[in-house]
Design a protein around this ligand. Sequence first.
Ligand code: 6PG
Length: 245
Amino acid sequence: MSYNRKVIKIFKDSSELSQYAANSFIEIANQSIEERGRFLVSLAGGNTPMKLYEALGDSYSTKVEWTRVHFFWGDERCVPVDDAGNSYGQTQKVLFDKIDMTNMHRVMSELAPDEASKNYAQTLKEFAEPPLEWPRFDLVLLGMGDDGHTASLFPGSPVNVDVPTLAVTANYQDRPANRVTITQIVFNSARNIFFLVTGAGKAETLLNVLSGEYKPDVYPAQRINPQNGNLIWLIDEAAASKLKK
Ligand code: 6PG
């Protein structure tokens, strides 16, 4: 199976995008389970993927053997699970409570950031695909902030990292938060990476990320470039409005 597609798909709106993403999620999950007996997926936080998670919990809840799915998080805020800022906690209601979810590998967000980051690197190591010290994810879901960040890799953060996770303090949209993030060396080992980007507010940044100069310190989303993986940008017309037709 070759993994080297770089594709941009544009959808009318976030509902149409989420439906496509849910279909593809299930397809990749079943293919991974068939080929390797399990599906390793890294989820994104934020608002954009929520429609996808809702779709998986509703119309797709019987379409995959969920007990063979291992859920990870690309990043997490170091707040308690029941805090509105906790991505895992937010997704529990719309997805995890609706499926036979048995393999949740969440960031231990109740620990101090450094501790939680070290703990997560150890979790990743338990699923390592040698010679890597982390899993080769079958699917990574990522969003992009209007500042070009992805996961919790923010502008100005170190570009050349050699560690799988980092503890980060960021103040995005005036939501100061300590976070743990997986770094690009892990994301870029994945078989499939989906970026989900919607809304006119991201159009300018998306144009710079996709068509502008390579400036990974300014636009961390540009650090995502899988060595042997498919990179699929799923964007709605509003976010695509500045891209060259
Ligand atoms: C998070 C995400 C973060 C998110 C972007 C876009 O935990 O918040 O990992 O990287 O994907 O901030 O967020 P929206 O989808 O809400 O625009």
